[in-house]
Design a protein around this ligand. Structure first.
Ligand code: NDP
Ligand code: MG
Length: 381
């Protein structure tokens, strides 16, 4: 029985993780949960899974929850609470399904306290990939990728290192705006952007799927996770989202990972690795599958991809700046302050204004992140 913690348990990946734990009660014991402020969902989860510890980021919501749960559940709060939770001695593996960059410090503390990490959150890896990977090595913990593309690459590699790899095809569904003509992008509504054709996910990542910044972030994530140069990673639009990425080896052999479009599959593998536990999800019905399509990405309609490749060439603090400017701009878009086209424009302006630091320390990464957010504010949208 593996004792796990699920951070971001009220979100899309968090709930899917609990669905996996629910389906395999003899394999996984949920010892800790965390949310930002959704204590209604958290309370339901406490009643079902009986975790020993929970953490609510929002202090006021944490206070309200304390009044509602019994003495068997310890309620922590704030970032300090999350940092205490990840150090708990009993926890063996932690699912990081918190969205955004706020997960970085808890992630680093979890690694330092020897926990294996199931990593869904991609923003932290983009910000501080080299720092995280150095700590992973030093503390001899595992990072088990959850993002479906990274899981596919990891499975395709099957333990081989980057010297065996000719290239990686990072597949993308193309998102909700794949077929939208260029002249329609300015007026595109939030509702249309949030209507993803293949995946049901949190709002931030769904907007990123529409700009294709999600794929840009995954490019950087893959570079750091698998020690690959950007020139080895090709983004490939694959609307059916059945191939979750492919690894082409030096000898021309290509390993593709296929499965139905359901995050419970990579989540379960990240939790059960190296075992393949049974799943109630169906495989792919190849008799009914008529075709698999592949297209080149359109860098003109989706300039976020160019920006991500630029950050991938520059590295240092640039990926953190790309990520922070993007998070802020996506918030502006969701709050109706800017139109869709302005999201990459802001990111580009902030990247252009940034004086990059090569091989930054954690402090310099955090400072670059804060600077980028302030710079977005200074642009005055
Ligand atoms: P959601 O928005 O659905 O969920 C986010 C979770 O994080 C919620 O539990 C939320 O709590 C919590 N949270 C948000 N902000 C904070 C904070 N500042 N401090 C503590 N907790 C916080 O996101 P997703 O589940 O879609 O995505 C989670 C991560 O996984 C993202 O980094 C995303 O890029 C990545 N990912 C997601 C995929 C998907 O299919 N959804 C696929 C691949 C990667 P509350 O509900 O209280 O706000
Ligand atoms: Mg993905």
């Amino acid at each position: 029985m593996k004792k796990i913690a699920v951070l971001g348990s009220s979100g899309s990946i968090g709930q899917s993780t609990l669905a996996v734990a629910r389906s395999l009660p003899r394999q996984f014991k949920v010892l800790a949960l965390s949310v930002n402020s959704d204590i209604v969902k958290l309370k339901e989860q406490i009643e079902e899974f009986r975790p020993a510890i929970v953490c609510v980021r929002d202090k006021e919501a944490a206070g309200r929850l304390k009044a509602q749960v019994g003495p068997l559940t310890k309620v922590l709060c704030g970032e300090e609470g999350l940092n205490e939770l990840v150090r708990d001695k009993e926890i063996q593996q932690i699912m990081f399904a918190v969205s955004g960059s706020s997960a970085l410090i808890p992630l680093i503390n979890a690694i330092k306290s020897g926990k294996d990490i199931a990593l869904a959150n991609k923003e932290t890896m983009v910000m501080a990939g080299p720092i995280i990977m150095r700590l992973v090595k030093k503390h001899k913990v595992k990072i088990l990728p959850v993002d479906s593309e990274q899981s596919a690459i990891w499975q395709g590699l099957a333990g081989l290192d980057q010297t065996n790899v000719r290239r990686v095809y990072l597949t993308a569904s193309g998102g909700p705006l794949r077929n939208l003509p260029a002249n329609k992008f300015r007026q595109v509504s939030i509702e249309k952007v949030l209507h993803h054709p293949r995946w049901k996910m949190g709002k931030k990542i769904t907007v990123d799927s529409a700009t294709l910044m999600n794929k840009g972030l995954e490019l950087l994530e893959a570079m750091f996770l698998f020690n690959l140069g950007a020139e080895k990673i090709k983004i490939l639009i694959h609307p059916e989202s059945l191939i979750h990425s492919m690894v082409e080896f030096n000898d021309g052999v290509i390993m593709a990972q296929l499965s139905v479009t359901d995050m419970r599959i990579p989540i379960q593998y990240a939790l059960s690795y190296p075992q393949r536990l049974p799943s109630q999800l169906a495989g792919i019905d190849f008799y009914r599958l008529s075709k698999l399509r592949f297209e080149k990405p359109d860098f003109k309609r989706f300039p976020s991809l160019m920006l991500a490749y630029q950050a991938a060439r520059e590295l240092g603090t640039m990926p953190a700046v790309l990520n922070a400017a993007n998070e802020e701009s996506v918030n502006y878009f969701l709050n109706k302050r800017i139109n869709f086209l302005t999201i990459p424009k802001i990111v580009e302006k902030v990247m252009r204004a940034h004086a990059k630091i090569a091989d930054p320390s954690l402090g310099q990464v955090l400072a670059a992140d804060a600077w980028a957010r302030e710079e977005v504010g200074r642009l005055g949208y």
